[in-house]
Design a protein around this ligand. Structure first.
Ligand SMILES: [Fe+2]
Ligand SMILES: [Fe+2]
Length: 374
């Protein structure tokens, strides 16, 4: 049974999230004053259908689900749209706002077209609802981050930017807190490598965020931790520098061949030193240690011919398993020779290899593998 929790971030602004550490979902409820008597209740990126019952209970506790005026989704993925049809049934007066590219796909849920408002038909991309100039929602196109019709939404009054998957993290370490710290970067990097299609798209979105006036002080993504203050600039700067999507895959592909040479060096070393029989035993031994081993690498005719996960991660894992039970001196020989081979091919040396270690990497990597395969 999902255990949905809500957190008040500011006056009239709530985070509603499920408790998963890996790949959690964030929805946001924003209540904007229109005049002294009226408020506009906007629900961003609703939690998915499997959380529906508990999600509605939380919404009932905060404002009453029937009082939602606008349901907004950043794009069409099921983690944020699967509850939309049922919510529209409970929130009879609510309008559904999203881009036309998104609607083309979400309309497959058989939503009444009269309850749909395209972003593109909102004058100047700004939905004004109050007297002040910052009483508005500004729709910010972030094409291909990660869907063509994705739009972030800016609420200048609270300087908050609802970014959908952009700036989302694959994990949240926080069980009690909701704000990112510098360690949240690992999950953000992994999420963008996997879900953002190209570096150009990401750079364009970062540029658009940088042009917002005033600059946002709070980033509210649909996964991971909320980002505030100086970390916003820090993470945007880092995102600007990483390879994502197709670029990431191409880089991996280019470097994979070289990594395989380093892998095969280990096999050759053992073959020369201990003979073919020991190498076969080692390979079998690794297979039994890691039940999912055949999915990590493929061995054909005694050489490693394929790597199925990021190569640096695979290397450290196999190195660790391979060196088990070898004399300390041999382990150190392999470690130093591997570092030299990485350098020879101008490859990044895995951090874990730079220090002489006695403990195993296996447990920590098992956890990471689960995440990468999703
Ligand atoms: Fe998505
Ligand atoms: Fe998502």
């Amino acid at each position: 049974m999902p255990d949905i929790r809500s957190f008040q971030i500011a006056e009239g602004l709530y985070l509603i999230k499920n408790p998963n550490i890996f790949f959690n979902f964030n929805s946001y409820l924003l209540t904007c004053p229109v005049d002294e008597k009226t408020k506009l209740n906007i629900l961003f990126d609703p939690l998915p259908l499997r959380c529906f019952q508990d999600f509605v209970k939380v919404l009932d506790d905060i404002i009453g689900v029937e009082n939602i005026d606008i349901i907004y989704t950043n794009h069409q993925d099921p983690d944020l749209t699967s509850s939309v049809p049922a919510l529209l049934d409970l929130s009879k007066k609510a309008l559904y706002i999203t881009s036309q590219d998104t609607w083309r796909l979400v309309s497959g849920y058989n939503i009444d077209p009269d309850r749909y408002q395209p972003i593109e038909l909102i004058p100047n991309g700004k939905l004004k609802f109050g007297k002040e100039s910052d009483d508005c929602l500004q729709f910010v196109p972030t094409p291909f981050c990660h869907f063509k019709g994705a739009y972030a939404v800016y609420y200048p009054k609270l300087r908050t930017l609802f970014t959908g998957d952009l700036l989302g993290g694959a994990s949240t370490k926080k069980t009690d807190g909701i704000y990112a710290d510098i360690d949240s970067w690992i999950g953000i990097k992994l999420f963008h490598e996997v879900y953002m299609p190209t570096k150009e798209a990401l750079k364009l979105a970062i540029d658009r965020i940088g042009r917002l006036d005033p600059l946002p002080e709070l980033i509210l993504p649909q996964h991971g931790d909320i980002i505030k203050g100086e970390l916003i600039t820090e993470f945007l700067k880092r995102l600007n520098d990483i390879e994502v999507g197709l670029d990431y895959m191409n880089k991996e592909e280019r470097e994979k061949e070289l990594y395989m040479r380093v892998f095969n060096y280990m096999l050759d070393y053992a073959r020369n030193k201990y003979g073919e029989k020991v190498v076969i035993e080692k390979i079998n031994n690794i297979s039994t240690q890691v039940s999912n081993f055949p999915e990590i690498i493929k061995i054909e005719n005694g050489v490693i011919s394929e790597i199925y996960i990021p190569a640096t991660t695979a290397f450290v894992f196999i190195y660790d398993a391979f060196c088990q039970d070898l004399p300390e001196k041999d382990k150190e020989d392999i470690r130093l020779q591997s570092i030299a081979t990485f350098k020879k091919y101008n490859l990044e040396v895995p951090e874990e290899l730079l220090q002489k270690r006695t403990s195993s990497f296996v447990d920590s990597f098992r956890r990471i593998f689960g995440l990468i395969r999703r």
